[in-house]
Design a protein around this ligand. Sequence first.
Ligand code: AMP
Length: 440
Amino acid sequence: MNFSSLGLSEQLVRATSDQGYETPSPIQAQAIPAVLSGKDVMAAAQTGTGKTAGFTLPLLQRLGEKPRTGKGPRALILAPTRELAAQVHDSVNLYSKYIPTKAAVVFGGVKINPQMMKLRKGLDVLVATPGRLMDLYQQNAVRFDEVEILVLDEADRMLDMGFIRDIRKILALLPAKRQNLLFSATFSNEIRTLAEGLLDNPVQVEVAARNTTAEKVKQSVYPVDQSQKTALLSKLVRDNDWEQVLVFTRTKHGANRLTQKLERDGITAAAIHGNKSQGARTRALSEFKQGDIRVLVATDIAARGLDIKQLPQVVNFELPNVPEDYVHRIGRTGRAGESGHALSLVSADEGKLLAGIEKLIKKQLPRKSVEGFEPTNNLPLKPKAKADPSKARGRNGNGGGQGRPGGKPRSAGAKPGGRSGGRSQNGGGQRARSGQRQSA
Ligand code: AMP
């Protein structure tokens, strides 16, 4: 199978070969013909599966079928974070290099005026975070009456971040006749309700198990006392000569503290999270990509959508409160066919979180140790039968209430009590309740 056999035009196929793509990924093989057919699509897919090209390529082809008559936008792509929006916009530009389509991206945290100017010039594809898009709408900078195609990318994360009200407002403003594409890594009740109201007889697309990406990732656990984690991380970075490692912390403050400590240890590091300005985040990411800094410390939401090619190493400095986030985190490595390593520094108080993760990915992760860093408080070697991860999942962790009405697509991520949960009992530092916007 190749891209042209999926029905894509020669210009679009050429753009994919320029990117070095030889064969469509499984999600692309399913989504591209479905989108080209003009039907609504509901896809269970996460970052790393090639989903962006899966909706962008056919969307561009459909727009190319007739020219723009007004100022547009004709396709609206909503994404949860600035970084993801910027990356989707980059993809739209890459794939449309041989066609005359114009695209722009708008997100919060930067000046609104230049975005207004861009919109005034007219465009085909607009990639946006929901909050900024509503702000622009309220200032009469954008109209939606020409929208033919709507994409909700990472819909689950948009809901987690409290964007549902903005999304509903935007939906109410769109022309009734349009094509809708919904991409989500998990399918909670909230997503299903949104999908039911939005999609008309959708083609359902799903790729194999949610942890296919993870299978290419070698994973291990280092049981260690909380107080020793920074020293152990420094040692691992040095001893293994890691030149590019993405480290996850649970909180923004934790990310800052760890960055400072690493810098003090002589390891170049930068933090990326929602309290940083957009400029600082972009700078940190590009320095990391260029190899100017060795360690990028990120919170879950800030890291969502980061696509750093051939990232060899991911470290969980702390385990996430929500087991599915573990899969998202380690999906930063081993992308698009490459192999990677993910290791987790786990202290005894995180035993339950680890048990929840191992239950989700259906395997026990190998434990490793480093001399001098053996924990004084041991982790249980096997997940305790009693450990119930649903308890760490917060308000939707109702352990079974979230079935699969209507037999809709279900990746392993569409499990009952899935990542839809808001706060967990551990505080859930990063997540906001629905109805509140949250910066990424
Ligand atoms: P995404 O899931 O959209 O974030 O894409 C993940 C990564 O896979 C990106 O770096 C894409 O450039 C890359 N990619 C997308 N489609 C393909 C393909 N068919 N072959 C190889 N790499 C791809």
